[in-house]
Design a protein around this ligand. Structure first.
Ligand code: ZN
Length: 213
């Protein structure tokens, strides 16, 4: 029997005047030993976009999201002997519910724009290759990471003017929250799963840690 709960909150980001809102449904399937993170994103497209164009964008975004998140991580019980189910771990995946007709939603509303301006969580500009149907989708994954509770990471002045030092520990790897062409890192998943979604309070065994799938 699947177990489902809502995750949500707001965090004041370390830099700039930014509040990061995160919100999604989490579903744990004990029989499949899997956990699905499911945010709902309501899209408003330009009226000039055809159905084929909208479908193509959503398909490309879903593909980029699946490639970035799925089949990569699981959470495993720290002490499997104290665990009745899924002793070998619970696979993590992210599946966004994109909706295009108006519906009440407590997750996110995104306006899609047919130009190439810098995007943010609520505005995606599809002439930017990071958001286009044929590009990398790195921007989509970056904005989705905000929706799951991650802040930007400013490594140098190129991403945060006036900031000369990294806000990461010395030697820390550069990932998608600083550069949309970089991957999601383990530390990002740990923040999402344990700090934001508080998996250790929700899942059946005493304590879990992150592992590769
Ligand atoms: Zn960002």
């Amino acid at each position: 029997m699947a177990q489902r709960w809502n995750v949500g909150g707001n965090i004041k980001a370390k830099f700039g005047n930014v509040v990061v809102k995160y919100s999604y449904v989490m579903t744990y399937h004990p029989e499949k030993c899997s956990l699905t993170i499911r945010p709902k994103i309501q899209l408003t497209f330009p009226s000039t976009f055809t159905k084929a164009k909208k479908d193509g964008l959503i398909k490309a975004w879903n593909k980029a999201i699946a490639a970035a998140f799925n089949g990569k991580w699981k959470v495993v019980p720290v002490d499997p002997n104290r665990c009745e189910q899924c002793k070998n771990g619970i696979a993590i995946r992210v599946r966004v519910k994109f909706v295009t007709s108006w519906t009440w939603t407590d997750d996110f509303e995104v306006t899609v724009h047919d130009d190439n301006v810098r995007s943010d969580v609520n505005n995606w500009h599809v002439k930017d290759k990071d958001f286009s149907a044929t590009g990398t989708g790195g921007g989509v994954v970056h904005e989705l990471c905000h929706m799951l509770g991650l802040e930007d990471e400013y490594v140098d002045e190129s991403t945060y003017p006036g900031k000369k030092e990294s806000d990461l520990p010395k030697g820390a790897k550069d990932g998608i929250m600083n550069n949309t062409s970089k991957p999601i890192l383990d530390r990002h998943m740990e923040i999402i799963l344990f700090n934001r979604a508080k998996l250790n309070e929700k899942l059946p065994c005493p304590t879990y840690k992150l592992a590769k799938q």
